[in-house]
Design a protein around this ligand. Structure first.
Ligand code: CMX
Length: 474
């Protein structure tokens, strides 16, 4: 038996039956066990899967390691590495026409197959996390156990709370999130164990523990930032018998609205993972490859998410729509929208929420939010405006002729849903994207360490050298 598995299963064996989620030490490195002992935990299941996954990769590399899988053009090198196959990402794959599949499953399939909250229609983010890490659909009980485990791990250290309190209210919420997650490094079991001398085979166990802790603490941290900047600074306690999406909604102050709670669940699922090459995913993976802790790796990814061409686009979209309304007034005709789109483009700005580095069709994450809006807020004027822009913008962007994809991405829709329920503070929106993104990038970080992925180090040259490579004289 592989030693990582041996360690994990020995921890399992020595864990006597527990009352639901009582926290106790196991004989394994003092990690707490969160288990009813009735169902297999995520950690136990993942530990079981590791040897098989390691073996698959070993065999693949042994038999096919020297085969050529693509070529690289000079344009790709200067064009943001678009399309270069150089990353391994197990959780999701993005097809340019069809959009995202999480472990082979489309968003509608996830909505159908993954466990939901009682009376709810949207999949639980906990279930998606399980799917991303293991490739398997969890049982209802396993998802409930995971909800309870995250709730049990959710307390944030006092100094993190104080750190957020000390941030000036006009420090962007994404910068505050980054500060808080970076400071959680103080709690990193990986960093502490590494400093003492950690066996490579155990990297994943500590990465797993830290990842679970960060995810569990994120709603309280995110809510603290929101409540400090925009409300009274008070954050409700995590309700231990409730799911992750409910707790996030409730801590933000919207727990009474069951539709908003469902929106949070959908939001957390669809923003989680978008294969490995996007800025936030790639950065988390890259920084993690240096064996920086999950806290430092995620914080780096969040700093990338905070860019306007990436996750910040959701705040930009709402601001752009509001500015449009202000300029053209309430009676918005197709013609005035067309003119506004052209004025944006002629000013040398991008139309936020449109275009994508990989996608060439309407983003299915946009579609799932549109379906939610059609069910819950069909008459909302801002939703109607988003729909109207959807009819007009692709034509204008095509005529403009620059973007390879004139269709909307996820960010074109999210802000309008949030504002409908009263979460109108657009500068906060990317924080919610960040909470969700953690659910996508951290499973891969755990897998990276379980598979022993090396430090990442692609090759770079100066322009002189590239010219030489293609036989050009400069
Ligand atoms: N409006 C105007 N111009 C656009 C555009 C848009 N929405 N999308 C792309 N273009 C332009 C690019 O700026 C580029 O112009 P230059 O040649 O002058 O540099 C040209 O079209 C070609 O770009 P592309 O190959 O189609 O797109 P990229 O892969 O370079 O960029 C993206 C992708 C998302 C950054 C870009 O489409 C964009 O800026 N969109 C608006 C911002 C946005 O919505 N970002 C969120 C993406 C989803 C996410 O990560 O959350």
């Amino acid at each position: 038996m592989n030693s990582a598995l041996r360690l994990a299963t020995s921890a399992i064996r020595t864990t006597a039956p527990l009352r639901a989620y009582t926290v106790r030490n196991t004989s394994f490195n003092g990690f707490r066990a969160y288990s009813t002992a009735k169902t297999q935990t995520l950690k136990e299941r993942f530990a079981e899967l590791i040897p098989g996954e390691q073996e698959k990769v070993k065999k693949l590399r042994k038999e096919h390691g020297k085969k050529v899988i693509g070529e690289v053009t000079l344009d790709q090198v200067y064009g943001g590495a678009r399309g270069i196959k150089s990353l391994v990402w197990e959780g999701s794959v993005l097809d340019s026409e069809e959009g995202i599949r999480f472990r082979g499953k489309t968003i509608p399939e996830c909505q159908q197959l993954l466990p939901k909250a009682p009376g709810g229609k949207q999949p639980l983010p906990e279930a998606l996390f399980w799917l991303l890490l293991t490739g398997e659909v969890p049982s209802e009980q396993q998802v409930r156990d995971l909800s309870a485990e995250w709730a049990a791990r959710s307390t944030i250290p006092k100094f993190i709370e104080e750190l957020i309190d000390r941030c000036p209210p006009d420090l962007h919420p994404m910068a505050q999130l980054s500060v808080a997650i970076t400071a959680l490094e103080h709690e990193s079991s990986f960093a502490k164990a590494y400093a003492k001398g950690l066996n490579k085979k155990d990297y994943w166990l500590y990465t797993y523990e830290d990842s679970m802790d960060v995810i569990a603490k994120l709603p309280t941290i995110a809510a603290k930032i929101y409540r400090n900047v925009f409300k009274d600074g008070k954050v409700a306690d995590v309700q231990k018998d409730k799911d992750y999406g409910f707790n996030l909604a409730n801590q933000l102050g919207f727990g009474d609205n069951k539709d908003f709670v469902e929106l949070m669940r959908l939001y957390l699922v669809i923003h989680s993972d978008h294969e490995g090459g996007n800025v936030s995913a790639h950065t988390t993976h890259l920084v993690g490859s240096a064996l920086s802790s999950p806290m430092l790796s995620l914080a780096a990814g969040l700093n990338g998410l905070a860019g306007p061409l990436h996750g910040l686009a959701n705040q930009e979209v709402l601001n752009w729509l509001v500015a449009m309304k202000k300029e053209v007034g309430d009676d918005i005709s197709d013609e005035s929208i067309k003119n506004y789109l052209w004025s944006t483009l002629k000013a040398g700005k991008v139309v936020p929420g449109y275009g994508h580095a990989v996608l060439r069709k309407t983003d299915p994450r946009y579609v799932s939010q549109r379906e939610f809006a059609l069910e819950h807020l069909p008459e909302d004027p801002m939703f109607k405006l988003v729909s109207q822009v959807y009819n007009i913008a692709p034509g204008v962007l095509t005529e403009h002729g620059k973007t390879k994809n004139p269709y909307p991405n996820v960010d074109a829709h999210s802000g309008v849903l949030l504002q409908y329920y009263g979460l109108t503070e657009s500068s906060y929106y990317t924080v919610l994207f960040g909470v969700s993104r953690a659910l996508g990038v951290l499973p891969q970080l755990i897998i990276d360490r379980a598979l022993g992925m090396p430090i990442e180090r692609p090759k770079s040259f100066d322009t002189k050298h590239y010219a030489k490579l293609v036989g050009a004289t400069l």
